[in-house]
Design a protein around this ligand. Structure first.
Ligand code: XIL
Length: 455
């Protein structure tokens, strides 16, 4: 598939310099887990107030060896592909959660937490979105964030709201993509929509080739600092950590500088090139996370070498027969060796909800997520006893408030009394059924109930 080969080509590029410096031999680090501490990755991480997770594929859930390892060793799960845009919204506004639900339900039923991966990404988009641009794409993207995050509200520990939006190389700038071409504010719009939809989830930005202090990680660092200063809701940064044969010397310092901005950091897709240094690199990443109090967890990108997207790299902790590798033992040993407990983290406040008024035609209700100087409003439009074909919601904004972005509706203006009209895909609402749109703004969100008229 195009996405997969593109991603693989990119990975090869990313690893090339590391491979070139591969040491011919190094002392192997064979270590057994100490008897007194945790005897599985998940249990040992939990003792340190952290999680240890694996990416899993719904298609492998009938493999008992795979599931036995998962259930015994891990206390967090990420869907390897099943929560990506192409999987969850294969046709516009038609959502498909079957495979993702199998993973989420399994995890939750066993007390594992779930990382949501990922709401918006330039890759693995459905065909219909790949062909879109401008405000149509922006609206579709924000609608996707809102719908998927709402569907999983309360079930997701951390969402990768945006994945891989920065360019490789020395620019430190954004990657070109159809999403980026909708305007530089697409990332903050996505985070605001995600916060409004699931106020309890940690909202992360996730990327690769950020495994030390370099132009790309510094570009992301500057974005996070800007978001924090302007009140854009971001809680965490994910470091994919698809690594080669060497451990970057400034890996921990890089995690720490992000943590110092006031966000959690997570190792989200760890895998390491095979070779004599593999076990050491896994252990070094683990030690770095434990040394940073806001590093809240580590996820490996698969279970056995045969499950890995990295093919012949044998990049994981179990071999192709399901045996624990030396890399497993060194990782567990590093976990057991200690590290501080992360500080308790604050949960964002729940949104204020205006109950929907009842009556004929249509009604509208607003769910507001506000912070100092800004807000996101999610508006639910409900048809009365008859189906409607087109709606307009009138919202009175307080003086000084300005609408800066709208999704899944067309706004008549930016201040004062604003009329929000349906867009082409959400005008038809069945009797008693609902649709949603949203807007974000600066200033104070609306306090008066909105009115809805048909047409
Ligand atoms: C990979 C999956 O592992 C593959 O199965 C799929 O073909 C392509 O995507 N960065 C990410 C992950 O954020 O979603 C990617 O996962 C690996 C790179």
């Amino acid at each position: 598939m195009k996405d997969r080969s593109t991603t693989r080509a990119r990975l090869r590029l990313a690893l090339a310099p590391l491979l070139a410096t591969c040491a011919a031999a190094a002392t192997m680090v064979a270590m057994a887990p100490s008897a007194s501490a945790g005897t599985t990755l998940g249990a040992s991480a939990a003792e340190k107030g952290r999680y240890f997770g694996a990416a899993i594929a719904a298609g492998r859930m009938s493999d008992s060896q795979y599931m036995n390892i998962l259930n015994a060793e891990f206390n967090s799960v990420t869907a390897e592909n099943e929560m990506k845009w192409a999987s969850t919204e294969p046709q516009q506004n038609v959502f498909s959660y079957g495979s993702a639900d199998r993973i989420v339900n399994h995890a939750l039923s066993r007390g594992m937490s779930v990382r949501g991966h990922t709401l918006l990404w330039h890759a693995q988009q459905p065909g219909w979105a790949q062909g879109m641009s401008g405000s149509a794409l922006r609206n579709a993207a924000i609608n996707h964030v809102t719908k998927v995050a709402t569907y999983y509200r309360g079930k997701i520990h951390s969402w990768d709201v945006v994945n891989e939006a920065f360019a490789d190389g020395g620019s430190g700038g954004r990657r070109d993509s159809n999403l980026q071409r909708t305007g530089n504010d697409w990332i903050e719009a996505a985070f605001r929509a995600a916060r409004a939809a699931d106020p309890g989830a940690k909202l992360c930005y996730n990327d690769y080739n950020t495994d030390g202090i370099n132009a790309k990680s510094t570009g992301i660092y500057n974005m996070v600092r800007d978001f924090k200063s302007r009140g854009v809701p971001i809680d965490c940064v994910g470091f994919q950590s698809h690594l080669g044969t060497t451990f970057p010397g400034d890996y921990q310092a890089n995690l720490q500088r992000f943590a110092d901005l006031g966000v959690d950091v997570q190792i989200t897709e760890l895998d390491v090139m095979k070779g004599s240094n593999q076990a050491n690199v896994f252990a070094s990443v683990t030690r770095a996370c434990l040394a940073v109090s806001r590093c809240t967890g580590i996820t490996v990108w698969g279970i056995r070498d045969s499950d890995s997207w990295r093919g012949s790299d044998d990049a994981l902790l179990w071999d192709r027969s399901g045996n624990k590798k030396q890399a497993y033992h060194s990782t567990l040993e590093a976990l057991n060796a200690g590290g501080g407990t992360p500080p308790p983290t604050t949960t964002p406040p729940p949104p204020t909800t205006t109950p929907p008024p009842s009556g004929g035609g249509c009604t509208a209700s607003v769910t507001l997520n506000s912070w100092s100087g800004g807000f996101v409003a999610n508006v639910k439009v409900t048809a009365g006893s008859a189906a409607i074909n087109g709606w307009t919601v009138r919202v009175a904004l307080p003086g000084g408030t300005a609408v800066t972005g709208t999704w899944s509706a067309q706004a008549s203006g930016a201040s004062g009394t604003v009329n929000f009209r349906n867009v082409d895909y959400n005008g038809q609402v069945g009797a008693g059924a609902s649709t949603e749109f949203g807007f974000q703004g600066t200033g104070v969100g609306p306090s008066a109930a909105p009115t809805c008229t048909v047409g």
